[in-house]
Design a protein around this ligand. Structure first.
Ligand code: SF4
Ligand code: SF4
Length: 126
C-alpha cells in the first residue's frame, strides 16, 4: 500500500478541490495507474515562486508519504480537445520545483495526477 501525497498549485486552490485527482487516486487511474494499491496521505499547496515546496515535501515525508504527485493542472490546460500540454498549465517552473522536492526528500516525485494529456508520458523522478 503506497501512501500518496499531492502538491497542488495555489493558482487553482480556490477553484478545484482536487475532485478528479482523488477519484483517479482511489481508482488507480491516470497518474496513479502505476500502483497496485495506494491510499491518499495528504495534500499541500505550493505558493509562488515555489520556495516552500521542498519544505512541504519534507513535512509530507515525516507524516508518512511514500510518493508525491504534482497536479496535472500545474503543467497542462483544459482545451476543447481535452487536456493539453500546449500553452502549459499554471506553472512555468514545475520541473525545477519537482527536481528540488525529489532531491531534498529522496521520495519518488511524479508529475501528474488526473486527466493526463493524450500526448504526455508520465514523468517520474526516482
Ligand atoms: S489536476 Fe484536475 S482535479 Fe486535480 S486539482 Fe487540477 S484541475 Fe483539479
Ligand atoms: S511556483 Fe508554480 S506550482 Fe507553485 S504556486 Fe507558483 S505557479 Fe503554482
Amino acid at each position: 500500500m503506497t501512501k500518496i501525497a499531492m502538491i497542488r498549485c495555489e493558482k487553482n486552490s480556490e477553484r478545484c478541490p482536487l475532485t478528479n485527482c482523488f477519484r483517479c487516486l482511489m481508482e488507480k487511474k491516470e497518474g496513479f495507474a502505476r500502483y497496485n494499491d495506494c491510499q491518499p496521505m495528504g495534500v499541500f499547496t505550493c505558493r509562488c515562486p515555489g520556495e516552500n515546496a521542498a519544505d512541504l515535501g519534507k513535512i509530507l515525508k515525516s507524516k508518512g508519504a511514500e510518493a508525491i504527485h504534482f497536479t496535472t493542472c500545474s503543467f497542462a490546460k483544459k482545451t476543447d480537445e481535452g487536456w493539453s500540454l500546449k500553452n502549459g498549465g499554471f506553472c512555468d517552473d514545475l520541473d525545477k520545483i519537482i527536481e528540488r522536492v525529489h532531491r531534498e526528500t529522496g521520495l519518488p516525485c511524479i508529475k501528474g495526477t488526473a486527466h493526463l494529456p493524450k500526448d504526455y508520458s508520465l514523468k517520474v523522478w526516482v
